[in-house]
Write a protein that binds this ligand. Structure first.
Ligand SMILES: *Cc1c(COP(=O)(O)O)cnc(C)c1O
Length: 378
């Protein structure tokens, strides 16, 4: 890890990722999909290769664009298009051998056309909207007429059926209601439903409701050791954080009492104050509303944000922390000596969900994978 001279960078702990993969595999007898939209929740494309090397062979993305990027980078395995697709993108589905999750008649028609043209049979999954109110067919839309047209089709073959929970992390009653609707939907097709891959769980449901795992679970945030509830202590499993963020000190100085700090002067010193200017800001994904609310670790001690976070820098107070010099490395996310700053802490301080913090920090493109001495899993 020596000699890193980026102003700020992300570290990916491959050892912890592998630990999480094993822990999550042991939690279920279902198979697992790694949902890796938004560049693996900000961890970067390389992190997806790590997941593949640790034994995952099914991946979920939001768009054809993301799926294509993964194929271009040589990712093998199944890629599920969880967020549907546009008509013009249907050909790419054949070319990149993607598995589309279909939510509308229009998508089915587009697939049928390209399948016919290519002389191929396209496998697809059906998305049923059991109460999320977003993508998916309503259960009543999958009637006999639908079935005759799309359930038995020369060009398309139905391989799986899924639904998505709206409130798995906060509302068990509603989640059970959606799950029961999903089960009643499936029971309408007893002769087919054993051949389908049936799936509904995201991380929160996967961790809270083992009885809902069915054939396949779509895990996203949990791979990265971050809690979908925003509280690490709520995790029923020992998961370890994978992402660390480091930045360097650009300047150290002492301001007299009564000095304002930063744009808008939102902090005024009430005593002689030692500050460090750190090379990370909102352009690297630290929300500006964390100004005066977050802390970083300097020499293993918490140093609070002072004044507004700027585009590429922020200021922290280091009064009482000795020996800090220009060029020193501070920890924005991660552990240092006894202290730790987690993604969950930042999410709570910014009043957002942990998923948002990860995606935002994904703007940091300097990434270093470390502790990657694990052998490749089968
Ligand atoms: C993003 C997503 C998931 C994963 O959600 P997490 O809360 O990160 O586990 C699962 N299913 C679908 C359809 C998704 O879009």
């Amino acid at each position: 890890m020596e000699n890193i001279l980026f102003p700020c960078w992300m570290e990916i702990n491959a050892h912890n990722l592998r630990h999480n993969v094993e822990a999550l595999k042991n939690w279920t007898s279902s198979s697992l999909m790694a949902v890796v939209k938004s560049e693996a929740y900000g961890h970067g494309w390389e992190a997806i290769n790590l997941l593949y090397n640790f034994g995952l062979k099914k991946f979920g993305v939001a768009s054809v664009e993301e799926a294509h990027e993964l194929r271009k980078r040589g990712l093998k395995g199944d890629i599920y298009l969880l967020g549907g697709f546009f008509t013009e993108e249907a050909e790419m589905i054949v070319e990149d051998q993607l598995t589309p999750v279909v939510s509308s008649e229009k998508e089915l028609q587009a697939l049928e056309r390209v399948a016919e043209k290519a002389g191929k049979i396209i496998p697809f999954h059906l998305k049923v909207d059991t109460g999320m109110g977003r993508m998916g067919f309503l259960p009543q839309e999958i009637n006999e007429e639908w079935w005759e047209k799309w359930g038995i089709n020369h060009h398309l073959t139905l391989r799986g059926v899924m639904t998505h929970f709206a409130s798995a992390e906060s509302d068990p009653t509603y989640t059970r209601f959606q799950f029961n609707r999903f089960l009643s939907f499936l029971h309408q097709f007893p002769e087919n439903n054993s051949s389908w891959e049936k799936h509904c769980c995201n991380s929160a449901a996967f961790l809270s409701f083992p009885e809902m795992h069915l054939d396949l679970s779509r895990v996203g945030i949990a791979w990265w050791g971050v809690s979908p509830w925003g509280k690490g202590s709520d995790l029923p499993l020992d998961l370890k954080p994978v992402m660390r963020i480091k930045a360097r000190v650009k300047q150290v100085k002492t301001l007299p009492s009564g000095s304002r700090i930063g744009y808008g002067g939102t902090f005024t010193t009430s005593r002689e104050t030692k500050i460090a200017i750190i090379s990370i800001g909102y352009s690297q994904g630290l929300f500006r509303n964390l100004s005066n609310r977050m802390e970083v670790l300097v020499k293993g001690r918490r140093a609070p944000s002072r004044g507004n976070i700027s585009m590429d820098q922020m200021t922290v107070e280091i009064t009482g922390i000795d020996g800090v010099e220009k060029g020193d490395i501070v920890t924005v996310v991660g552990k240092e000596e006894g202290e730790e700053i987690t993604i969950e802490e930042i999410a709570n301080r910014a009043n957002v969900i942990p998923h948002e913090v990860l995606c935002s920090l994904g703007k940091i493109k300097n990434r270093v994978i470390y502790e990657n001495h694990c052998s490749v899993a089968k």
